[in-house]
Design a protein around this ligand. Sequence first.
Ligand code: ADP
Ligand code: MG
Length: 425
Amino acid sequence: MTYRALDQNSVIDYMRDLGGLDENIPAAAAMQADEVGDGNLNLVFIVRECEAPYRSVILKQALPYLRVAGESWPLTRERMRFETQALLKQNELAPELVPHVYHTDDGMSLVIMEYLANYEVMRRPLVARKRFPHFADHISTFMARTLFFTSDLYLTGVEKKGLQATFINPHLCKIQEDFVFTNPFMQSEENNWNPLIDNEVRAVRSNSDLKLAIAEMKAAYMTNGQALIHSDLHTGSIMVNGSGTKVIDPEFAFFGPMGFDIGALLENLVLNYLSHFAHTPDADERRAYQEYLLDLVREIWQQFAAKFEELWLQNSRGELMPAAYWDFPGGTEAFARFRSRYIAEVLHDVAGFGGCKMLRRMMGIVSVWDISSIDDPTERAIAERLAIRIGSRWVLERKRFTSIDGLIDVVREECRTVESRHDNT
Ligand code: ADP
Ligand code: MG
């Protein structure tokens, strides 16, 4: 089908021409569509059956440009192919943790998927101090399964490269390369920061050790095709409720370093932690929730590492390395050391990537709502300065961390001054 951007009316014609979606929405039914996308990139419609609104689907379509920037910023529609392929792969590897896919159309650059009724994007409830008892379990399963089963630890070399060839996603990679690792740390006109942290921003941009470390993380992002990563796994790409977790929006997916996904998630939880210095003035309430967030960080990593290693032990069919390779006296121990060093390297990447991403949110093109929603610039600067200190240390000290507690201790150490200041007021 030749491409045309849909609107509220033509989206219904499109559904009708499809012949409906079987048990979801029959073609003859009266339908209503609303555009709900709060995202920066694409059109997102909810299409409902008027007589039976519980029968709803999401239709997401890529535009040939970046939505927030308008037509002056072309961006290839091919990104929808990556999103579709990633959703299908994730459905295969982590069913129940992503929306079901009902229909895909490459020519129209669209996908029709499950409408996640009763789910909300995670960022806001985290600011409202909601708790999600199954979240660490769910998201660690998502990451362990999607990363392990697309890596050389599970796939043969030929399988891995065959899959990787279908995920060469240069234009969306370039967005991350520019806006996570490069532009925030040099003069670039789209950069945006709180004038109260001018000095801190300037210091980051002229800190040789830090710039070198960020350049090394960028090199790893660009060259370490370790597994199929989501590549934008922040709390705005996760929808939750009391019992479920769903990962959405994988258009940046490509073969990159595992630590980029885990780092993005943990770094967003830390930014949310920092935002509560402003959002939650009551000290007891704040501390309790901040502790909950640090427990989440610990649980997510520990459960990820345990599940990942267990998958490895149970499914050791990849060519890195075949079981026979370890078949020698002492081989069992050597294999155990290989696993533990591999996972330790992922943790270093979590700190390195998480740190870069924390920094870029303070001085690049996009902040995070948790922090940008703090109206008072002085209050906001408290969180921002801490994010810069923590992010810088995560990147610079990444290779010294031997457990997740090292990353958590940096958060606690840097926040101590603010806590005593809050206590005295
Ligand atoms: P973009 O790529 O443009 O950022 P997203 O995939 O993040 O688009 O979707 C934008 C918004 O649409 C999400 O923040 C969420 O509110 C809503 N949304 C997306 N997918 C679904 C879904 N499957 N069910 C319900 N709401 C969804
Ligand atoms: Mg998106």
